[in-house]
Every structure is written in C-alpha cells, then in structure tokens.
Design a protein around this ligand. Structure first.
Ligand SMILES: [Zn+2]
Length: 60
C-alpha cells in the first residue's frame, strides 16, 4: 500500500562512498558519483511540472 505523499527529503546511502545523501540529489556531494533516479521518479516529476504549468497557464 502506498502511504500519503510526503514532502520530506529522505536520506540514502551512496553506493560508491557509503556517505549520506539526499534522495533528491542527482550527484553525490561527497564523491561526485552520479545517482540516477528511478524512471518512475522522473515520470512523476514530469507529470507534476506539467500539471503546475497547465494550472499556471489557465490562471492567466
Ligand atoms: Zn558518494
């Protein structure tokens, strides 16, 4: 079951240097390793951006 959406930033472990990094980070701040977000996250962000854009345009 999916919980209600949370806006808090979760911490994840870097696979390269084992450092703590935000789940929203694209690049590790410790070692600079690229962290590719899962395709579902990319799709979700794209949908949210599109929704915000449509709402913004409709209010003009
Ligand atoms: Zn790292």
């Amino acid at each position: 079951m999916m919980n209600a959406r949370k806006t808090e930033i979760r911490l994840e472990e870097c696979k390269v240097c084992k450092g703590q990094i935000a789940s929203t980070a694209e690049v590790c701040p410790h070692c600079g390793a690229r962290l590719k977000p899962p395709p579902t996250v990319v799709f979700l962000v794209f949908v949210i951006v599109m929704l915000v854009f449509i709402i913004f345009v409709s209010q003009l």
